[in-house]
Design a protein around this ligand. Structure first.
Ligand SMILES: C[S@@+](CC[C@H](N)C(=O)[O-])C[C@H]1O[C@@H](n2cnc3c(N)ncnc32)[C@H](O)[C@@H]1O
Length: 243
């Protein structure tokens, strides 16, 4: 996907992201979990998107800063009720300089995977260590892909289907780089829209190794925001503290 840039996903998804992530109970459990992990008032969300979680945390009284590479996503956040409560830096999480040190830094929905090499992911984790207050925590939500979905390192599947639209997903896997490139293709009577995404995946052992290189050690790992135990490959929610 040669023409993909860090802002491609956000620029195309900004108008539909909240519609696709409207599970109020899940969002509430996420906020509750993060509140319980924040030992203090200062919170940073890199890849903050539309503020789905950052805005409720700010409403709960935390000082919440966000980093967001897509101007369209940042504008979406700012236009929402409570959006003015979150200070957003528009820029790349790998280079942005947030103004404080934080009690909690959290990355949702495979946020670390937005960096497309192991080198960048470790470099980023090192930056986080420098952004945490003593005893501060890093929470990372990630997913391991299901290898059986890929045949000859690719798949096409029907993601959503209704009488007036269909969403197809077409993906390619680079197993060496551990990078997946995907287009979600929405076809409706209004035309065709493309929603591209690229991310680098990792398993939890690889994640722990990268975290250790950055000076982070694992405190807890769960499979869901209600703290269900992590037992098998799939979604992981990992809590780290600077070693
Ligand atoms: C899947 S969305 C998640 C948004 C938000 N964290 C949430 O859970 O509601 C990922 C967001 O990360 C942003 N993003 C991607 N790469 C980034 C980068 N290198 N630096 C900062 N933001 C980035 C995208 O523009 C998008 O808004």
């Amino acid at each position: 996907m040669e023409n993909y840039t860090p802002s491609s996903y956000g620029d195309t998804m900004a108008g539909v992201f909240d519609f696709l992530n409207a599970d109020a109970e899940e969002n509430e459990r996420t906020v509750d979990f993060l509140s319980a992990e924040a030992g203090g008032k200062y919170i940073l969300e890199p890849c903050v998107g539309t503020g789905r979680i950052a805005i409720p945390l700010a409403r709960a009284g935390y000082t919440v800063h966000g980093i967001e590479v897509s101007t369209a996503m940042a504008e979406q956040l700012r236009s929402k009720p409570g959006g003015d409560l979150v200070e957003v830096l528009v820029g790349d999480m790998l280079t942005a300089e947030p103004p404080l040190r934080y009690d909690l830094v959290y990355l949702l929905q495979n946020g670390l995977g937005n960096l497309l090499s192991e080198k960048e992911q470790v470099e980023y984790l090192r930056r986080v260590v420098g952004q945490l207050r003593p005893g501060g925590r890093l929470v990372l939500e990630s997913w391991e892909p299901e290898p059986e979905r890929f045949v000859d390192n690719q798949y096409v599947e029907t993601s959503l289907l209704d009488a007036n639209y269909v969403v197809l997903s077409a993906a390619q896997l680079d197993p060496g780089e551990q990078v997946i490139s995907q287009q979600s293709i929405m076809i409706s009577n209004h035309g065709i829209q493309l929603y591209p995404v690229r991310f680098r995946y990792f398993d939890v052992d690889q994640l722990d190794s990268m975290a250790a290189l950055a000076g982070l050690s694992l405190l807890h790992r769960y499979s869901a925001w209600d703290r269900a135990p992590y037992t098998e490959k799939g979604r992981s929610i990992s809590v780290y503290v600077a070693a």
